[in-house]
Design a protein around this ligand. Sequence first.
Ligand code: GLN
Length: 250
Amino acid sequence: MAVVGVLALQGSYNEHMAALRRIGVRGVEVRKPEQLLGVDSLIIPGGESTTMAKLANYHNLIASPDGDHYMFPEFPALREFVSGGKPVWGTCAGLIFLANKAIGQKTGGQELVGGLDCTVHRNFFGSQLQSFETELSVPKLAEKEGGNDTCRGVFIRAPAILEVGSDVEILADCPIPADGPKVIISSGEDAEEQVYSKDRVIVAVRQGNILATAFHPELTSDSRWHRFFLDMDKESPAKAFSALSLSSSS
Ligand code: GLN
């Protein structure tokens, strides 16, 4: 049976573990690089992405570009896990973590795992007070399971995806709430503000082995997103490769 790792540094990892239990799947909390070796896929939960990045660095889960913070080079850390082709799902802060580019803070920023070809805007919808729930239309969920294509989107200080590369499939977008964002800001000391003029924004995408949602399916009783993610394991190139080498060696 597939073992799903849940990055358990901070945020809603308990809720993902419970969601996996509900569908009879074994979830394992991951805090150390070597634990990534024992899992078939990985969920990076929501929470607070800057804090999660700091904790991930502390636990040597993120390699700095020069490798300085990477004390266990023989173990695949998060970046290697993502590029290795096993399924990875980022929810909310997890989506930010997986994006190649994150904007929306006036200074600083944080280290990202990257891999997902998109620009994400942190706290796009505003502060905690602008957190909201809405119905989303996700045709892919109905395509897989039949039935209704709507799902409940729980957005908590949520990011949104402003731009995607050509390999990224858009699974859901969302209308901007009436009290929603009027501006987007770039990042860094000289951050600029720009008027956000569209009336919808992207909130769920897939690029190969990476699934990302700006909202929190683990906070609802709807298990379709977790099942969707588990199905990605069956299709993953890493699996296909090991199946191939097994059959050619037998
Ligand atoms: N706003 C948070 C961040 O920037 C993400 C919020 C969440 O994961 N619910 O990390």
